[in-house]
Design a protein. Sequence first.
Length: 206
Amino acid sequence: MIKIRKNNPAFVFLMNYWKKHCILENSHYLWIQNHIEIKSKISKNTAIHLYGERSKVVYFVCKGALARIHYDKNYKLHIDHIALPGMALMSTIHIYSNTLSEGDIISIQPNSSYIIIKYKDIHQGIQHSPELETLINIFSNKIKKQIIALNVILHESTPLERYCRFINLLPELHQLLTQSEQSSLLNISRRTIQRIQYGFLKGNKI
């Protein structure tokens, strides 16, 4: 694996993010340089990881966004959850599991960049660095919080209630996603979302 330069934007983003939560030493910078792979300038809708692939890796987002998706029996796309910069998706349900995470992972923003870290390297690194374990736990907790919020949103009985919850609980996704992507995430038709947004603009409910 090619050693990462210290001025690489993705490397800088990860280290600045990590040091907000831990006191880092030079050894941590060296470990990351030698154990990550960076993917940059990824186009929107590029497949990152397909369900069934056996690779055990973490995908940490530095720019743009990645989404875990699945298709229903009618081949309609559904977005399950989304990793924004500072969040990560894993190929299995956690780094000590062999159970594959359901769905594919794709980029949903143009010019996205992300970092790949192999589980086996993480397992070895954690033995000598509790700070690395802290970083991985942060990854897991962030996506868990989003999944909990989405479960609350999807349990609302009407599209309007669901959409209002979405705005309140996940405002960053509301700002980021297109109407089509919001539709796939919230299981609301795009036409209904358009009506709701029009109602908000007019100061009325649909």
